[in-house]
Design a protein around this ligand. Sequence first.
Ligand SMILES: Nc1ncnc2c1ncn2[C@@H]1O[C@H](COP(=O)(O)OP(=O)(O)OP(=O)(O)O)[C@@H](O)[C@H]1O
Length: 359
Amino acid sequence: MSAESINRDQVENALKTIADPETGRPLSQLDQIRDVSVEGNDVDVSIALTSYSAPLWEDTRQHVTEHLQSSLPGNRKVKVDIVPLDRPAEPIGGIGLTAKSVIAVGSGKGGVGKSTVAVSLACGLQKAGCKVGLLDADVYGPSVPHLLGVTERPTATEKKLQPIDVQGLKMMSMGLLVPPGEAVVWRGPMLHGAITQFLRDTNWGDLDYLIIDMPPGTGDISLTLSQLIPLTGAVVVCTPQDVALLDAVKAIAMFNKVNIPILGVVENMSYFLCPDNGKRYDIFGSGGARRKAEELGVPFLGEVPIQIAIRERGDAGDSFGNFADQDAAPHFERICYSLTKNLAMQKASNPPLPSLSVL
Ligand SMILES: Nc1ncnc2c1ncn2[C@@H]1O[C@H](COP(=O)(O)OP(=O)(O)OP(=O)(O)O)[C@@H](O)[C@H]1O
C-alpha cells in the first residue's frame, strides 16, 4: 500500500521546533535547514551546525531523524545529514578575546586531578571538532605544558604571544615563560596583570571554547576573571572522600560568590579496576561527588577512575592519547558530552525563547 504523500512544507513545519544546540534558537530562524527533499517515501534533510556544538552533532542527527519519523504521517525513511556552518565568535569583555564560551576548571585543593580534567576537556572538545584554547592560569603550579608534552617557549608577533599549537589545540601557560624549576612569587596585582595579559595579549584567534585551568582553592584569580570577561561558568573537580568534598563545596561557594555559575562537578579517582583480577576497589569511597552535586542542585558531569595509564600518559605529555584508549576515552568523552549538552539545554530553555524540542 502506498504511503500518504507529503510535501516539503510539512517537513519544514515539523523542523520548526528543533533548536540549534549552540544558540538555543530555532534552526529554521537561523537559516540552518539547508536542504529538504521528499521523494516518495524518502525524506532527506540537511542541517548546518557550528563547530561549537560538534560533540552534539550525532545526537542532533538522531533526534531530528526520530522527530521526523514520529511527526510525519506514514512510515517514512528519513535521512538527516549534518553539514558544517561557520559562525565566528563575537569579541567579549572588551579585551580582544573572541570566544563563545569561557569555562574555568577549579578545585577546592591541589592534587585531585584538576589539570588532568582541564586538559582532557580541552583535548576532548578539540578532538570532537570544536575550536579550543587552553589557558593554564594555575600560576603556582602550571602543569598543563607537562601534561601536553610542550617545552618550547611561545613566540611573539605584532605584540601578541603566539599560543602553542598541540594537535590544533591552542595552549598558553606561565610554565612556558618561567625556566623549569624556578619559583614565582605572586602578589595579587601581579597575578591580576599576568592573567589579563594572557587573555588579552595571546593570539587566541576565533574560539568556540576557552578552557581555563585555575589555581586550586584561591579566589583571587576567579575574581580577576569575573571582572575581565563574562565567564560561561566553572567546572569543579574533586575526589570522592568526605574531606575532599568539603573542599569542593568551598570551591563552589567561592565561584558563587563572584557570580560564576557552576556548570558541573567531575569526580576524579572514583575507583580502581585492578588489571590483575578485574576487581573494583573504591579507594576513596564511592559516588560521593554525585551525591553532593545532587544535594547542591548542580549537574554531575561524570567520573574518571584511577588508571595507571592516565598517570603515565600525563607524565609522557600524551594527554591526547587518553582518547585513543578504550578504557580511558569513554570517561573523558562523557564529561565533554555532558558539559556541551547541559550548555545546549540551558540555551534552549532560556527566555525569551519559546520552549523547543532540543536533542
Ligand atoms: N584518574 C587518574 N588516574 C591516574 N592518575 C591520575 C588521574 N587523575 C590525575 N592523575 C595524576 O595525578 C597527578 C595530579 O594530577 P593533576 O596535576 O591533574 O592534579 P591537580 O589537581 O591539577 O594538581 P595541582 O593543583 O597540584 O596542579 C598527576 O600525576 C596525574 O597524572
